[in-house]
Ligand binder design. Sequence first.
Ligand code: ME8
Length: 508
Amino acid sequence: MKDNFYITTPIFYVNDAPHIGHAYTSITCDVISRFKKLQNINTRFLTGCDEHGQKVESSAIKNNKTPQEFVDQYSQTFQAMMDKLNISNDDFIRTTETRHKESVKALWNKLKENGSIYKGKYAGWYSMRDEAFYSEKELTEDGKAPTGADVEWIEESSYFFALSKWQDKLLDYYEKNEDFIYPKSARKEVINFVKNGLTDLSISRTSFKWGINVPGDEEHVIYVWLDALTNYISALGYPEKTQQLNDYWPATHVIGKDILRFHAIYWPAFLMAANIQLPQKIVSHGWWTNDGEKISKSLGNTIDPIELVNQYGLDPVRYFLMKEITFGKDGNFSHDNLVSRVNSELANKVGNLLQRTCSFAFKHCNKALPDISTTDIDAIYNISLITKAQKTIKLCISEMDQYNISQVLEHIITLAEDANAYIDQEAPWSLKKTNPKKMQQILYTLLELMRYIGIMLQPFVPDAANKILNQLQVKQNQRKLEHLKREYALTSGATIDAPEPIFPRIEK
Ligand code: ME8
């Protein structure tokens, strides 16, 4: 097993502006990736855009643009969203890039040469919205795709991928690798689907042009999903045996449950057929709904993440998206819930704690962190507030490993609650005259706890956490989980600046 970690988002269709669903997956991957970095794990994070296919071509035509002009424009908006959301991706792949096209062709050639691809004729149902083929028995009573999308009957000459031949091998793989698909419910769904029988998959189209041509048969463009899925290895330089491919493949793919089948069935089958190692894990998350309906471009009920950030600020939005949903489950978007969660948790618990303690230190400890002795710091490391914080680190790592992202935040917020209770109980302000030494010890304990909170919050609210740690004079190179111990405790007596509110309350 490699120690390195490679995480990917789906590559998003560029047929419209990004919405909160795209923001959610991107922030999720960003948080996971930043958390791994906090654990000192060498991490690579990929996102990008899916720029080919009938849906994109048709949107370009509707907008009086050539497909290339159209994708250039929209991939910009996705890149801008990543910047706005402070997404720390290492690479951004576009499927119209030469590096990607060459990879897809190489994969095609490999599959063709080893007999996994044959030419035939496709006659069946196709949904442009899903860019997916459906069998008659999958359609709903009113003749729609199971996703609710419209379907059209198509009859075309087509290349096929011999998917049926991989049915048993896939089932065997799922069986032997219980953790391959997350969560369990998604794994079950995939296994049931495969057990019902896999038919060979049409992997080329002739009725439109916007895609990568089939090598040696220019009439055909490669099916957009075969093209798109390959991004995960094209970005590492496949087919060359690049250092990156060697270092980082296989990946953890984080996706929405809408595209589970493509990632947990087709992609592993393509990879098996090409004799490439399968992904590490397929992690499928739930949907954001708006009044109970899935938020999507085609339903026209989207929420613009850029507007949200402009309205509430970036870190509150990141926090809300990560805390509101139990990862893997659906969640309903509501402005009221955002405001009340941010106010009651970030502002009242964390922001308030920092403001109270730092202002107090600034005023009563000579504009500095409390000045206490080494023995006092040793003693603080035995009190339950700090020992609990130390246990919380392990707890958070274990929750994160199981994708219980909102739980990680819950543990951090609990520390802030404990600290607030400790202030009230110890009332340091009442000791100013009577026992200033004890007052400084209490304050130091609280600020040391704030260091724990600040370090652990970094993946979720990077800007705010950075400000917390700056305020506490924590050195830039001492902000990893490994620094959460006595050895790196706050520097007694270090000068601090007048504190500024980090999580102001949002007024409704
Ligand atoms: O499917 N809630 O692209 P896409 C949560 N190009 N997440 C959501 C969401 C919602 N309501 N709506 C969308 C494609 N998402 C393909 C992928 S990968 C090789 C090719 C997120 O633009 C979620 O991650 O339709 C979902 O899987 C993805 O956006 C679909 O994005």
